[in-house]
Write a protein that binds this ligand. Structure first.
Ligand code: ZN
Length: 275
């Protein structure tokens, strides 16, 4: 309780010191509009995320686990190349980010997108869920949703505040080793909040529809994930993305809402690359 009070005082002090209350995304078709409070600058977060991402890639390279299957790499890039332009409807700056995407060989069922658009898809997710392109777009859209809403920055703000306090936090600029580690933790292994998960679900469904991927694939994807959760080894993805019946019901409703966007994208030929 004392710790909680100390943290709220720190947060209050951070506001007084000029921390930012921001709108990361514009009003979305699926109604994501929560105001967010950031205590670390987007620049510091993005530069540190860049370091964290390239550390992960270097580690994978060392283990001979980086982009081993050219067909899967091509598939992830092709889907990303349709989702990324669709981000502009929610965040005009996002299509211009330095997006990167790689496939990591690992038995883990996992995928993530670090702040600033640094995507990883694990082969475990492909092998275990055998996703259609629409389902893979649903996973990637969800992860991109976290990045568009700057959930990593939000979580890192909170964690760094607890570790460093307001004074040092304000001095953070550029690449920071501790911030890079925190971003790796909050992106790869720590759960997002329930509110953040709901936002990423909604934005993921909208992005998929705008990119001409069937938004209902989010439903079958989560059903597949739920099935895996019943097995001996629940996937890592589900420890960071806790699922339940209401999630599937919500995603079904959201998919219905964005059907006109999907049909418009299909009609305009965005989906002409087919499945
Ligand atoms: Zn998520």
């Amino acid at each position: 309780m004392k710790r909680k009070l100390a943290i709220s005082l720190l947060i209050w002090a951070a506001f007084a010191a000029g921390c930012a209350s921001v709108d990361t995304t514009k009003e979305s078709a699926v109604g994501v509009d929560r105001r967010q409070h950031m205590m670390v600058s987007a620049d510091a977060v993005n530069q540190s995320a860049d370091k964290a991402y390239h550390d992960v890639l270097a580690q994978a390279q060392k283990q001979n686990a980086l982009d081993r299957d050219p067909a899967t790499v091509e598939r992830v890039k092709r889907i990303a190349s349709r989702l990324i332009p669709a981000t502009g409807a929610l965040r005009p700056d996002a299509p211009g980010w330095k997006w990167e995407m790689h496939v990591l060989s690992s038995k883990e069922v996992n995928a993530w997108c670090m702040p600033g658009g640094k995507i990883a898809v694990y082969t475990g997710l492909i092998d275990q869920t055998k996703p259609t392109d629409d389902e893979l777009a649903a996973v990637m859209g969800h992860e991109i949703g976290h990045a568009l809403r700057e959930h990593g920055r939000e979580q890192a703000s909170q964690q760094m505040l607890e570790q460093l306090g307001v004074g040092l936090l304000g001095a953070l600029t550029g690449v920071n080793t501790q911030l890079a580690q925190t971003i790796a933790d909050v992106t790869i292994s720590l759960p997002h909040s329930r509110a953040q998960e709901t936002e990423a679900d909604r934005i993921g469904v909208e992005l998929a529809a705008r990119a001409g991927y069937d938004p209902h694939a989010a439903v079958s994807l989560w059903q597949k994930m739920d099935k895996l959760a019943g097995g001996n080894q629940p996937p890592q993805f589900l420890s960071t993305h806790p699922s339940n019946a209401s999630r599937i019901a919500d995603v079904t409703q959201d998919a219905q809402k964005v059907m006109p966007l999907y049909q418009a994208a299909k009609a305009s030929g965005t989906a002409s690359a087919g499945k």
